[in-house]
Design a protein around this ligand. Sequence first.
Ligand code: ASP
Length: 588
Amino acid sequence: MRAAHDGTVTTLSGWVSRRRDHGGIIFIDLRDRSGYVQVVLNPEHLSSADYQTAERLRSEWCIELTGTVRLRPEGSENPALPTGEVEVMVEGLTVLNQSLTPPFYITDDVDADESLRLRYRYLDLRRPKMQDNLRLRHQAVKYIRDYLDGHGFLEIETPILIKSTPEGARDYLVPSRTHPGNFYALPQSPQQLKQLLMVSGVERYFQIARCFRDEDLRADRQPEFTQLDLEMSFVEEEDVLGLIEGLYAGLVRELTPQFNVKTPFLRLSYADAMARFGSDKPDLRYGLEMADVSDLAAETEFRVFHGILDRGGIIKAMAVPGMGGLTGSDMRRMEETAKEFGAAGMSHVRLTGEGTLESLTDDDVSLSPGLRMPVEWVRRLAERAGAQRGDLIVLMAGPARLANQWLAAMRAHLAAQMELADPTVLSFAFVTDFPLFDWDDDAGRWDSAHHPFTAPAAGCEGMLDGNDLSSIPSRAYDLVCNGSELASGSIRIHRRELQEKIFSILGYSPEQIAERFGHILEAFDYGAPPHGGIAPGIDRLVAILAGADSLREVIAFPKTQSGSDLLFGAPSGVDAGQLQDLAIRIVE
Ligand code: ASP
């Protein structure tokens, strides 16, 4: 309803959002998924029966009305509403259904507890913001489909009931009734299926695929989530990355032009990302880069540093511009924060004054207790860390993996505090050259850094027979954006011998390899083409585009942090008869 509709007769259906009574004239904000419009129920224009109905209307009643659109009287327009210039003078009214008083107001600034919102999700989704999120998600998926169709991809569905597909998480299992004692697994992703489609000669496959991973849920994960799963034959890294860059840049520019996206996307090797940002998914909207200062730390007499270095650890420094003036108690608070991230402690150097580092004197530096180093050392440290006078230098010591993790957490924390990240920028980057294997300390064996189907970098196959598996580069890549991982993928192995070798390095016996992976190894024997792909998460992408701080805001019926569905009350017990059919007994 807009000013151009002035004078037209219309029939509207929707929900009573707000109802106001102004001296016998009833105003209602009628809501449907397109927004709000003000309707006026004036006893002079209504039958007395309809007017009596109007007096009974309450929030969330579902109604239908007929009336004439007219311009609002001058001075009563509402510029905040797209329909704010008009109102509908109602002539006839029908109640389609009454509503109980909803457990929370259906408005965007809802202050209800999230569990209440999830329990009444169908009401929560009536909120305009949630309707916007559903619409944005639909548009994103439609854009993806159209884009890939334009690039010759076929959308192909793959089964939900399959056999366990290792992607590093626990499987959800489904007991088979017809094969008692046997189980299907829900796919952690269609990884092997899409590879088999390449063996089938499909060449370009995609799917908006539901994936299931039974993990202890870390913050903002969902046990079932949606990926854009895709795979291509006869490609190299650049083919996949180029396709994805075109997709994301185009999608953002078309659907959410309020965001700034720079192309070409930044490229960063895994080693660089870790060295400079302590993370393989850095937020690149701001600097706060790090440097390894282990050699400089070794010159100090600080026992903590030496202890760490002796055990093979590192000391890393991060310059924080303009924060050299923080007080001792500020620093103690920052150290407390570092401890919350898991660090045993944190050292620092504060540089005050202005001018070049050459002009630095003892009076301009303050070091955390334990450091006590001459200004000449501080100068070298500052140069290494890229710090100027007036800056703070934060130092973290630990085993490389942890020192990086703690300092990266501090980097994100300080950036948030200093508001360094421009919220209008989406800083996409491809992280490449991941290692092929990680050492799994708990299991005492090598694990795939990505998944076992990822190919080692060209020319590195020989290294699989060497001792240092940690240094073998792979053909895996990630797409990251503003500190989140949006996609992972790789060029795959397509020959049996190599795939078998990887499985055996991962600790599978020949019997296990045959039992679990015989189907895909056998397929490789029939002229499997070289292939590669990627799988961007749809939930996270839409959350970023919607400016939502949780994936649950962009999933119609999400699960809670503990994997519960509060609306249906799942998971739940089942009838004894159902268990009997499945030959399952519950052990209390
Ligand atoms: N299947 C992989 C995953 O879910 C993605 C890929 O390698 O295409 O992470």
